[in-house]
Design a binder for this molecule. Structure first.
Ligand code: ZN
Length: 228
């Protein structure tokens, strides 16, 4: 069981008010800053670029190693159940409703990783006393149909994209899905300025354990992740 730990911000005790007086010596109190270090503070990472640097040439090696051969379209994905897991419904993460250029299928190894990320994120919010949110997955498996459609609009749609192998997914860091309470009380929305650092801590730890490669994508506002 997780312990609920309150996030403590250093409290500042303001100096006592100085009275204007005639001949009484004024006593000026120094401000006292109470520093309470909680093990569950949100620290984030020191640099997104430095902590999540894994480029395409690094990720594609893992994608080829653990991935499937290209998938023609959604229909074919549904018939390849031995190789691919449907990740469209899971309590630990949400699939972006606007996701149109990929389908929610991953190889089991990557599906486990995604679930682990989603679970660790919720656990982490819980111990930091932040209202619970789910990560939102914005891109998953790109089929051959998706790739050729993308190529028509975007010159950069890479034919060798890791997303074709079922090993790779994107998690957006600008939107999160608040968890609905069972008692029907309203959702509490928390800014991505708080949630992104928490997600970063979770991802950094999993990357350091050698479980994945991660690139912090500025343009697409996501973490591009390939299972190792
Ligand atoms: Zn990506």
């Amino acid at each position: 069981m997780l312990a609920i730990v309150r996030v403590c911000n250093p409290g500042v005790v303001h100096p006592g008010e100085e009275r204007e007086s005639d001949n009484i010596t004024e006593v000026v109190h120094k401000p006292v800053v109470e520093v309470k270090k909680s093990p569950h503070r949100i620290l984030g990472v020191h640099s997104y670029e430095a902590c999540f640097p894994d480029l395409q040439e690094v990720q594609i090696v893992a994608a080829r190693r653990w991935g499937v051969r290209p998938v023609k379209n959604r229909e074919e994905a549904e018939h390849r159940k031995q190789e691919l897991v449907y990740v469209g419904a899971n309590p630990y993460f949400s699939i972006d409703r606007a996701m149109t250029q990929s389908i929610p299928y991953l190889v089991p190894r990557a599906s486990n990783l995604l679930q682990q990320i989603g679970k660790n994120f919720i656990d982490s919010l819980y111990v930091k006393n932040v209202p619970l949110h789910r990560i939102i997955v914005s891109s998953v498996l790109r089929t051959e149909d998706d790739v050729s459609r993308l190529r028509r609009f975007n010159v950069n749609a890479n034919e060798q994209s890791c997303h074709r192998f079922g090993t790779t997914f994107d998690i957006t860091y600008i939107r999160f899905d608040p968890v609905h309470h069972a008692d029907g009380s309203p959702c509490v929305y928390v800014s991505d300025a708080i949630l992104k650092p928490v997600l970063s801590e979770v991802l950094r730890d999993l990357r350091q354990q050698g479980l994945c490669y991660i690139k912090h994508e500025r343009k697409q506002s996501c973490f591009h992740i390939t299972v190792r």
